[in-house]
Ligand binder design. Sequence first.
Ligand code: UDP
Length: 236
Amino acid sequence: MKELIDKIYKGTNKEFLKLLDKRITKDEKTFIITANPETLTYAQTDKEINKMLNDSSNIIIPDGIAIVKAANMLGINIKERITGFDVCEHLLKYASNNKKKVYLFGSKQDVINGMKNVISSKYKGIDLVGTENGYVKDKDKVFENIIKLKPDIVMVALGIPNQEKLIYKYLNKFKKGVFIGVGGSFDVISGSKKRAPKLFIKLNLEWLYRIVTEPKRLKRFYNNNIKFMLKVKKEK
Ligand code: UDP
């Protein structure tokens, strides 16, 4: 685990967003992988996930607080959480200000419709080159279409690890673009779901809010987070 955790981005939110803007300006292809215990646990058994995390051209960000805590336990200085959600909002803002081409893939169709409304009211400058909900059968076909559209930013909301696997499968077919798996971010930005109240986020208890509001997450939480922390403790 330590070796993988050491590959995660160690700067602050602010530094990361600055780096990201610079890369978009230069058309540098960038795949952002949001790391949480689930991602790193998958890497133990899933070859593709393992390969993409070890591919130094990708940037891994510490999305979950458990990653920051685990790193610190192992003596790795990861400063703070950098959430996929915040990066997603930043990218929308950046795209709006700089008239960038964006493609949104994933989540339910009504959520996608909500995203279109949000974009036309809050992020006007965005050139939305296409959208597709995440429940279409042939997801490869969607990506083949995205390649032709040459977007600057591609956000994929299919949940971990499918969103990352799909991006990585097609990444070498793109010459430029920022790619990120954003999980449930569209659900929140479109107004279909609420993110945890600010106080929960500030106290690093966003995970608790998600379990309380969606109890079916408890099993997933136990299987990933608790086991992950026990593993890290052992490594320490
Ligand atoms: N989703 C989808 N297609 C699927 C399964 C999930 O589009 O086959 C979407 C789902 O509607 C939601 C997102 O993927 O918008 C996953 O959200 P979740 O909060 O579970 O993400 P995570 O916890 O993995 O960040």
